[in-house]
Design a protein around this ligand. Structure first.
Ligand SMILES: [Zn+2]
Length: 850
């Protein structure tokens, strides 16, 4: 049904803009319900364009007046904008429009959040501010004047004149409208400064509400580290006199890279030891870096159109992953990235929402800010780097910045710089951008007289709209180990380009044990017949940390699948191997914490479905719980020792070493409590002086069904901290027994602090419900019904967040007839609702399509 949606936009229909913009002047007269926006835009005909159709985007605007070169004109108001007969020569178009920020609940364009004005324009929000060619290939310098009695008035670029009730800003760097930003409110700044590599001083300010001024120091340090890192690693220097970050409570996404004025969801920037966990600190550091890095990859070099979104996002995610690896641990970061990719992106690739990293069509572009575009997009950049080497990568990036600075470009331009800088033909590699789906790589081995041969065969299953898949270029990093555990062939990258290909290793004394796809060298699913003995051997001996972890994960998965499908008991061999690995003090505690985490319920459901069977969410949940009990039982002494010997003493620091130790002790605590009760957790809760320790202990107690008093105490302690209360809401649903999850979520929606119009709060409850796999998929259908009811309630106000959250239903075809019927019923109920947003109808339509 979506194939024929008349609102569909296609990549193949791209045409250059009829007119380009040389300069934009905007004046904002801010008022909650009737803000006036005056624009003066200097246009000139685009020599590259075939037509002279003068069309400006505009949505929900009240046009007061318009002029062309000073003469009053009456443009034709059409669906989505306005049209006007324009000269085939340079001219100035001016307009005055009125908008209503107070009633802008979609949080796109100019809106109000807790009394403060702010904007979100990516992807197509600027058209809700004024009439403009709202497309990324129209770049222009912006001059902005804000008139308001709010004490702080901010926009992009460098500050200009300011006085009583007004402030002016000028951004000399041409930019697309999606990077425009404005903030006005009663804010205070945490200030600092940075000296760039060429010696320029940049004033740094992190703007927050007064109550949050104590939660800025970490974000500011992260910003300075990011600025230094981008100079040292990519040679990229910051280019304005000021860099402003603003924290906003009501925000659909994590953060936005507007030129010189980043706007952040407060959850992605505010942190103190008492209110934020180690994971929050790490996430904040990564998001600050990500948005900062966009200044070059996204802002100075931008996307020609929204189909090229991965050009800026894939590259910038890759850059923030490198940064986090440098700041913390590359091995642990790689494991975390692979876990996210498998849990979210492989899930997307294997369902009705699968799409290429560069999609070919969309109805609502907001629906394509996906894990495929971002995370798989980053994997492609990582593969490119692996294939051309570090030096080739650096040369290509230097050429990319030099050639395309100030331009709006495409994936073809991006690949071309790699071809020119390295001499490599990337014709086949380009398939990663337009072929959807996760490739499977099957492994066969052969050994005869000193010669070991690996035969790799690739196949990619069909995805919606793409049935016939071509072979990809897959870098497969391989190392070989001797049976005694020594490495005989260090890591080498095999390039799999054919459907099937063999690689021989000569001169070996004994049949080796292969370690394949080291460092998760490509976003593929490896299909390898391996005995549990081999997996245990790799867990003990592999020199590649990713594959060492992977071997433990494979063992756990195989054991769990045997428990679920054959009714086997927990695998003692796995537990003993795990025990030896986590007790190995030569290994990083953060790494060992990852070893203790079992494959997730959704991941197991996917594996069962792929093996041609129907996953039972309850059986999966019970098998995981049984294995956790067995681990706690058999490794009780090891876990208790880890818990005691790795406690962090002294004042809290979010740095990686301490965070890794807390991750390890909390993983041990969670297991130990299953067999030894809640005393340790209660003591930890009482003594905690930081949120990591407090919330971990609370989670353990709630899971045990013993946390009522602590939940109450936690609420009393933190009721005035919005971000902490999100955790309180989410934890109760996430840690709930499956049969109780929907009921608890429903009860929480009646809590006076359940401000459902705030995306963070809505996600806290319903994101946790969707994440409680067995609870969400409880056979009663209560979880499905509750989520559908609330999505229908939210859709008229905030289509973007609603559409995103419909993805909880995207795995529906995996399940049994009863669950399928229930989910299908809810999806149809949503789809058939009158006045459903374009965002949500596209998502639900794709999920229902055959
Ligand atoms: Zn981004």
């Amino acid at each position: 049904m979506t194939q024929h949606d008349p609102r569909t936009v296609y990549l193949k229909d791209y045409t250059p803009p009829a007119y380009l913009v040389d300069e934009v002047r905007l004046t904002f007269r801010l008022a909650p319900h009737a803000t006036r926006v005056l624009s003066e835009i200097r246009f000139r005909p685009n020599p590259e364009a075939a037509s002279r159709d003068f069309f400006l985007h505009g949505e929900g605007l009240k046009l007061i007046s318009a002029q062309l070169d000073g003469a009053k004109v009456e443009p034709e108001l059409v669906e989505g904008g306005l049209r006007l007969d324009a000269p085939d020569a340079p001219f100035t178009f001016a307009a005055e429009v009125e908008i209503d920020p107070e009633n802008n609940t979609a949080l796109e364009g100019l809106y109000r959040s807790s009394g403060m004005y702010c904007t979100q324009c990516e992807a197509e929000g600027f058209r809700k501010i004024t009439y403009y060619p709202d497309r990324p290939d129209v770049m222009a310098p912006f001059h902005v004047r804000i008139e308001s009695d709010a004490p702080v008035l901010l926009s992009n670029g460098n500050p200009g004149e300011r006085g009583e009730g007004f402030a002016e800003w000028s951004d000399p760097w041409p930019k697309p409208a999606y990077l425009f930003a404005l903030v006005a409110g009663d804010l205070v700044a945490h200030s600092d400064s940075f000296t760039t590599m060429s010696g320029r001083e940049v004033a740094l300010k992190l703007w927050v509400r007064e109550a949050d001024i104590g939660k800025c120091a970490f974000g500011m340090e992260a910003l300075k580290k990011s600025m230094r890192w981008d100079e040292e690693t990519y040679g990229r220097e910051y280019d304005l006199d000021v860099f402003n970050i603003v924290a906003v409570d009501d925000f659909n996404m994590g953060a936005m890279e507007n030129k010189g004025l980043n706007i952040f969801n407060s959850s992605a920037v505010l942190a103190s030891p008492e209110t934020a966990t180690d994971a929050d600190f790490e996430r904040i550091e990564a998001i600050i870096a990500h948005e900062y890095f966009h200044n070059w990859t996204g802002n100075r070099v931008t996307c020609r159109d929204w189909f090229q979104l991965c050009l800026k996002e894939g590259l910038t995610v890759f850059r923030d992953q490198q940064f986090t690896g440098d700041m913390r641990s590359h091995a642990v970061k790689r494991i975390d990235d692979a876990m996210l990719l498998r849990a979210a992106q492989f899930r997307e690739d294997n369902g009705p929402l699968a799409h290429p990293v560069r999609p070919e069509s969309f109805v609502e572009i907001n629906n394509f800010y996906t894990v495929t575009v971002y995370e798989k997009g980053a994997e492609i950049v990582g593969m490119l780097k692996r294939l051309v080497g570090d030096e080739g990568y650096r040369k290509a990036l230097d050429l990319y910045f030099e050639r395309h600075d100030g331009q709006a470009v495409t994936i073809e331009d991006w690949l071309k710089v790699f071809e020119e800088a390295t001499g490599r033909d990337l014709g086949q590699f380009a398939r990663w951008y337009h072929q959807a789906g996760t490739p499977r790589v099957h492994v066969a081995e052969d050994w005869s007289e000193g010669r070991y041969t690996l035969t790799l065969r690739q196949e990619t299953p069909p995805t919606p709209g793409q049935s016939d898949k071509q072979p990809m270029v897959i870098p497969v990093a391989v190392g070989l180990l001797n049976p005694n555990g020594d490495e005989v062939v260090p890591t080498r990258v095999l390039e799999l380009t054919e459907k099937e290909q063999s690689f021989a290793f000569e001169g070996l004394a004994a049949r080796p044990v292969p370690s394949i796809l080291r460092g998760f060298s490509a976003p593929v699913i490896l299909r390898q017949v391996q005995t549990d003995e081999t997996r245990a051997f790799l867990l003990a001996h592999d020199t590649d940390p990713f594959n060492k972890w992977e071997a433990g994960r494979d063992l756990a998965r195989a054991g769990l699948l045997a428990m679920i499908e054959k009714g086997d008991g927990p695998d003692a061999g796995y537990i003993d191997a795990l025990g030896r690995a986590v007790a190995d003090e030569s290994l990083d505690p953060a790494f060992r914490a990852r070893l203790l985490a079992l494959p997730g319920e959704d991941e197991l459901a996917q594996a069962i479905f792929e093996a041609g069977q129907t996953p039972d969410p309850t059986a999966i949940f019970e098998a995981r719980e049984a294995l956790r009990h067995a681990i706690a039982d058999r490794l009780g002494d090891v876990l208790a020792r880890l818990y005691d010997t790795h406690q962090v003493t002294g004042p809290y620091s979010p740095e990686a070493g301490d965070a890794g130790r807390r991750a390890l002790t909390n993983a041990a605590l969670s297991l130990l409590s299953l067999t030894q009760g809640g005393d340790r957790a209660r003591a930890q809760y009482r003594e905690a002086d930081n949120m990591t320790q407090q919330i971990a202990a609370l989670g353990v107690l709630v899971k045990l069904g013993e946390g009522a008093a602590e939940l109450k105490a936690f609420e009393d302690q933190w009721r005035h901290e919005r971000l902490v209360m999100n955790k309180w809401f989410g934890l109760q649903v996430g840690a709930a027994k499956p049969e109780a999850a929907a009921g608890i979520a429903e009860e929480l929606t009646r809590h006076p602090d359940f401000d459902w119009k705030n995306p963070n709060r809505f996600r806290a409850v319903f994101g946790a419900l969707a994440g409680n796999t067995a609870g969400f998929h409880d056979a009663s259908g209560a979880g499905y019904r509750l989520l559908a009811d609330w999505l229908l309630k939210l859709d008229p106000l905030n289509p973007q967040t609603t559409a995103r959250m419909t993805q909880a239903f995207s795995t529906w075809k995996r399940y049994d007839e009863g669950r399928k019927r229930l989910i299908r019923g809810e999806l149809e109920r949503i789809f058939e609702t009158q006045g459903l947003s374009r965002d949500t109808s596209e998502m639900v339509g794709r999920m229902l399509a055959d």
